[in-house]
Design a protein around this ligand. Structure first.
Ligand SMILES: *Cc1c(COP(=O)(O)O)cnc(C)c1O
Length: 361
């Protein structure tokens, strides 16, 4: 069975000696390995204000704390995402207003965002779902016009691009995840990329109780309570080794995704998803719309290929139950499906997948 998701771990001879060294180094918490990983990741993204944390969820939570979202505020978000996008908003006490999606892409619809803005809107949360980049030209315009910050949940979008640059350089807050099945895993981990130096300094305190790492522990003076969200040297060492393989791996996702874009464009019963101006996906999952989805999935299953949606639309959870009508999502949610696209999908696999789809179901 060709799976939809699969963790990549570097070859043992490459990874295990490095893990062993750090485990017995006498320094396993946040230290030099973390700072080296931050330095390398920041250079990759092209943004000096990137901080590591112990999950993508922690990155989202810190972003919301920096913005000051809380009870009485509203945050505009999307229901087509993994739950942490929205549980973190709920944790702050802010109310979630779900914008509808663009019927063609499943990504948050800027027009719907605009309709939900009130004087209580504290942030706009957008998700580059499956590695496809949202309509940032329009979202940036809205952010500027109404002076509302945007958080980009880029858990699926490592090395996706906007205006030729990697995601992580555009909005005031961009959050990455290194959870098991993402483009790159440190087992668990994440990054928050910022645009402002003062917020970068505050975010570092928020990830470690509110303490300033640069000041001696006995001289420290907490002014704002923080969390225990920092990354440790062990996860960072895994990240450093992963980065040696990252380009090669992500290029495989992209090459497979572009292969499907070309090979499936005239396949009957299939509608491909268009990409917005100035955006380039990194194809964490390959997403398409199909007729008679249950039959499509069963047919691929019979041919040894996993195909499926991945997340429950979040407004189906009692916690997020919403009165907002999401007419486009209602339609998109019944039609879309993901097919395997990642580093484990070989040239032979992808040809087989296209062949099975083109034969019909
Ligand atoms: C994985 C994921 C997260 C959270 O990341 P963790 O590292 O698991 O905390 C956030 N948003 C989306 C869309 C995700 O897929």
């Amino acid at each position: 069975m060709i799976p939809l998701v699969k963790p990549f771990l570097p070859p043992k001879e490459n990874l295990i000696p490095r893990i062993e060294d750090i485990l017995y180094s006498g320094y396993i918490s946040e230290g030099e390995a973390v700072y080296e990983f931050e330095d390398k990741f920041s250079k990759l993204i092209g943004n000096p204000y990137c901080i590591s944390v112990n999950s993508g969820t922690a990155a989202l939570h810190i972003a919301l704390l920096l913005i000051g979202a809380g009870t009485g505020d509203e945050v505009i978000s999307t229901a087509l995402t993994a739950e942490p996008t929205n549980t973190t908003i709920a944790l702050t006490g802010a109310k979630i207003l779900f914008a509808d999606v663009d019927i063609n892409t499943g990504l948050i619809d800027p027009k719907s965002i605009k309709n939900l803005i009130t004087e209580r809107t504290k942030a706009i949360m957008v998700v580059h779902y499956a590695g496809m980049v949202c309509d940032m030209d329009e979202i940036n315009k809205i952010s500027k016009k109404y002076n509302i910050p945007v958080i980009e949940d880029a858990a699926h979008a490592l090395m996706s691009k906007y205006k030729g640059k990697y995601i992580g350089n555009n909005s005031a807050y961009t959050c990455f995840s290194f959870q098991a099945i993402k483009h790159m895993t440190t087992v668990d981990g994440g990054f928050l990329c910022l645009k402002n130096r003062d917020e970068y300094i505050r975010a570092k305190k928020l990830r470690w109780f509110g303490l300033d790492k640069k000041t001696a522990r006995l001289k420290n003076n907490i002014k704002e309570a923080g969390y225990k969200y920092h990354m440790n040297n062990v996860n960072a060492t895994i990240g450093l080794v992963q980065m040696e393989h990252l380009n090669n791996n992500v290029l495989k996702y992209i090459s497979n995704g572009q292969f499907y874009d070309d090979s499936l464009k005239n396949a009957s019963g299939v509608t491909l998803i268009p990409y917005y101006n100035n955006t380039e996906p990194s194809y964490w999952l390959y997403t398409l719309k199909v007729e008679r989805r249950a039959d499509f999935i069963a047919n691929l299953q019979n041919n040894g290929i996993t195909a499926s949606p991945l997340h429950l639309r979040n407004d189906k959870h009692a916690l997020f139950a919403s009165k907002c009508k999401l007419i486009n999502l209602d339609i998109f949610y019944e039609e879309f499906v993901h097919i395997p696209c990642g580093w484990w999908v070989s040239n032979e696999d992808r040809h087989k997948i296209v062949e099975v789809i083109k034969k019909g179901w």
